[in-house]
Design a protein around this ligand. Sequence first.
Ligand code: ATP
Length: 293
Amino acid sequence: MNSIKLKSRAKINLSIDVLGKRQDGYHLVEMIMQTIDLYDLIEVKERQDKEIIIKSNSNEIPLDFNNLVYKAVDLMKNTFNVDKGLDIYIQKNIPVAAGMAGGSSNAAAILVGLNKLWNLNLTEGHLEEIGLKLGADIPFCISGGTALAEGIGEKLTSIEGLSRDVSILVCKPDLFVSTKEVYECIDSKEINKRPNNKLLIECLKNNQTKKLAENMFNVLEEVTVNKYPVIQRIKDTMINNKALGAMMSGSGPTVFGLYENREDAIRCKSILEKQFKQTFVVVCEEKGVEVNG
Ligand code: ATP
């Protein structure tokens, strides 16, 4: 085998709480992550020389050593003394800098892919350990599905996911949000409303989508909405068009709404996409990465 194709899936957050800050600057979080069926396709082919060449249909991502995929390949090459080169093509569908872990998901996919391509036989746990060196969301993107993420996001407990009967309307307004800046505005001691993750986990377990949607909460939302009121307008549009609930994902600016009825989600999509090109109706998925899928 000298080539491999990967599906690299996005995530949304059903909740985010920030509990504190570590000395190294990382925030301590408690959040529910959910993989969705919006994905980038990554094709990896071995080269005769030792170079890593990245190409993409997107002009929004770096193609050099700043690309998280490049960093992941480099780390794997150095850790396991592999001196093979690779041609990598990233077909970007996940909106960039959106709060959907697009970069982390690509890095996760390449770690899973190289484990196969180079016959390294590493366990998922070992891959997650390697991924954590490059980013706190990468371990979740490797395992995928639905999880409560604690610590800096790397301590994962698998939980029951959203039903695939639920349609998820995802809308990314055309503005750039820096994850770092949003987190820097948060002082965990001054947060006065937090998500009730226990309740949300119960709702998922008992398939109580309406209750879940009404109780979703992201402590980062206020920070980003204050800066970009358009996020609130998208939420309102979803709520006024039959969403059970709507919330910002990650540090934004993507907003998602949960729908019992797919037709309602599609109707609201047609309203939103007049203004926001990157609008999708998706469902949840159980795997973050799929090889040759
Ligand atoms: P998170 O939810 O983890 O904060 P995000 O969805 O907000 O992630 P990304 O799409 O991962 O953000 O992009 C963040 C930055 O990382 C972008 O500015 C982009 O230039 C850079 N980047 C590097 N490599 C990649 C990649 N493979 N895909 C997307 N972005 C990448």
